[in-house]
Design a protein around this ligand. Structure first.
Ligand code: SAM
Ligand code: SF4
Length: 330
């Protein structure tokens, strides 16, 4: 079992498959990608498979593929097939976070490859707001992607919405209605200072409390996760027994660092021990140096011991990491 120096068990690894994206969400990648790093700096699928096998042997139970937009890796089914083979070794959950654009055509092939479930980003139910927030006019396609994921059985489906002041806070209760109608787990996320435009401002953050209040006015909620464990969201069900679930992820106003069980692996093979880390650890260089399995394991243990106690967003001297969300793997 991997444990950091604060005795937090590390069970959850997020693997970024690419820094590239076909959307331009203003809170993430508003101006598009800077020049793409040379392909040889990126981990190959064989390398990802190799290191994930080691991570699972060390106690990682959840693997989430992300990015950038992970479905831009055209042969993503190949890496899913490889990773799904780790299930008998202790992998309990193989998931994907996607903007949903490619799901209408590909949800079934992801399921067939061995993916358990998907999280789909959806920031507005209104066409014009969706376009303004994501830079692309494809709301219908993403909604069709949610349907396709349901049909393929990639469940339970989670829907992520980043709530930003002046953009979509008036839709919070509509999203709750969507969760009820579609029987999905709606996750509301506070806007974090991880946008590549560096335009984040505290006034733009819609707090978890405000989100809860806006939903409760229309749909009374009952808390379901009294013992939150390592879950990053506080979770609620509807008091009237309707299907669907609400989760509120409030890293800015209600930090949950004490229960964090996550680490991240960037597309170019750097371990990040916190979303807000200002240092990275090159697992890629260690693997490519010809290190033995035992040496790689020792390296991973030493990196985990450096996991930060908490993020410092609310401290006066906070410095946002130089790599932003789409390069870290959200
Ligand atoms: N492209 C995929 C997608 O959008 O689902 C996967 C990668 S994206 C970086 C993962 C999640 O991070 C998305 O749900 C996105 O909304 C969220 N995200 C990106 N930038 C964020 C920010 N500045 N604050 C909070 N969440 C953010
Ligand atoms: Fe792309 Fe996802 Fe970032 Fe939007 S949130 S720009 S879809 S990586």
């Amino acid at each position: 079992m991997l444990k950091d120096s604060y005795k937090r068990p590390i069970r959850d690894l997020r693997v970024s498959l690419t820094d590239r994206c076909n959307f331009r969400c203003f809170y993430c990648l508003p101006h598009g990608e800077p020049p793409i790093a040379p392909k040889e700096q990126m981990l190959s699928f064989e390398e990802i498979d190799y290191v994930c096998e080691i991570f699972v042997a060390l106690g990682i139970e959840k693997l989430r593929l992300t990015g950038g937009e992970p479905m831009l890796r055209r042969d993503i089914e190949t890496i899913i097939q490889k990773l799904a083979r780790l299930k008998p070794s202790g992998l309990r959950d193989l998931a994907l976070t996607t903007n949903g654009y490619y799901l209408p055509d590909r949800a079934q092939s992801l399921k067939d490859a061995g993916l358990d479930r998907v999280t789909i980003s959806l920031d507005s139910l209104k066409r014009d707001v969706f376009k303004r927030m994501t830079g692309v006019d494809v709301l219908d396609k993403v909604l069709a992607g949610i349907d396709a994921a349901k049909k393929a059985g990639l469940e339970p489906i989670k829907i992520n919405a980043v709530i930003v002041r002046g953009h979509n806070e008036d839709e919070v209760a509509d999203f709750a209605a969507f969760a009820r109608d579609y029987d999905v787990k709606m996750r509301f996320i506070e806007f974090m200072p991880l946008d590549s435009g560096h335009e984040w401002a505290r006034e733009d953050v819609v707090s978890g409390k405000e989100i809860r209040d806006r939903i409760s006015e229309r749909f009374p909620l009952v808390r379901v996760d009294v013992a939150r464990g390592s879950d990053t969201s506080s979770r609620y069900r509807f008091a009237d027994g309707a299907p669907g679930e609400i989760g509120i992820i409030a890293p800015v106003t209600e930090p949950f660092c004490g229960a964090c069980s996550r680490i991240r692996l960037t597309a170019d093979g750097q371990i990040r021990t916190c979303l807000f880390s200002t240092v990275e650890h090159s697992l890629r260089d260690v693997v490519r140096s010809g290190a033995s399995r035992a040496e790689i394991i020792e390296y991973i243990h030493s990196v985990i011991m450096k996991k930060e106690p908490r993020h410092f967003i609310n401290d006066p001297g906070f410095v946002a990491p130089s790599r932003t969300m789409s390069f870290i793997g959200g």
